[in-house]
Design a protein around this ligand. Sequence first.
Ligand SMILES: Cc1ncc(COP(=O)(O)O)c(C=O)c1O
Length: 382
Amino acid sequence: MSSADVSAAGSASGVAETALADLPLRHDLAGRRAYGAPQLDVAVRLNTNENPYPPSPALVADIAAAVAEVAGGLNRYPDRDAMALRAALAGYLGHGLTAASTWAANGSNEILQQLLQTFGGPGRSALGFEPSYSMHPLISQVTATRWIAAARSSDFSLEPAEAAAAVAAHQPDVVFVTSPNNPTGSATPIGVIEAVCTAAPGMVIVDEAYAEFARHPSATALSLLQRYPRLVVVRTMSKAFALAGARLGYMAANPAVVQAVHLVRLPYHLSAITQAVALAALRHSGELLSGVAAIRTERDALVASLRGIGLAAGDSDTNFVLFGRFADRHAVWQALLDRGVLIRETGPADWLRVTVGTPAETATFLSELKRIVDGGAATVLR
Ligand SMILES: Cc1ncc(COP(=O)(O)O)c(C=O)c1O
């Protein structure tokens, strides 16, 4: 093609025209759809399990001061090992963890991606118990790791013997256990995680994104790290720490696992600003965790209210509730959206997921949902 042809083919976006289908895409990405929970500008947004409470004025001031402090040094790359932040995260987690047994990245999704780049990949497989977090299969696939879907029981629970049997049958290189589970909401008993660790030939990743919201927060897989060197516990500051916009996820694991992840991490992956913001938030953990306690109370009330209007709602160890069951869940989702309430159409068919909002947001959601159900616009499956 001559340069004249190229400019003739140029599009309104200022670049030469082409289409996704015409690009030399990796074969295993063909036909895939990008992650895309709707980000809509509506009054009540209860769809991505964010914390409804913005940072307090005191935390905002601390973040601003911390960012101002690092701003003068932004001509330099950040501490690529994020040692101060990792030490602070280890201190927050307890269980005898240190900076060496802790690692941080841009959201726990990046941690999961680094783990799959390190322990998955071509010719390898990852197994998860579905329904569960949709990004586990997606990140597996983009790292060319074969995904194996094992099933939870019809009530979404997981038994130690069944979980161990699935792992033994498939011999996956990586096993995911989400606890508390998204989107079903309940925590996975520690006995299940022990059984999986015993049966697994490779790495076991326990995704504890919602750990702080659990009805028994002390039942964490962190307590198993002393016994299982191939266990990784992944956490995030997006939920309990109300810091989704800052993007900070982390993991606790044997220092050898942390060293292994260094093989795939990008140089200077965690900006100095992110590290400073996360450290500031950790200094306010007491205040943030009291917000978590309030959300837990709201959540339990939400479960009771949903049951009160004749719906099924699972007990929840998270900041969201799975409820249903509807003959046409999309119609219910749309009817709520038409009334300015955005929730999530995800997980098992017939069910919907709602994030716990502020008391006012939750009240709006409940009254609009009740109107939809009472008005006969939704067929509830009993
Ligand atoms: C189970 C689970 N793990 C991980 C994440 C990712 O969180 P982040 O990348 O914001 O840390 C989420 C987000 O909703 C989640 O539900």
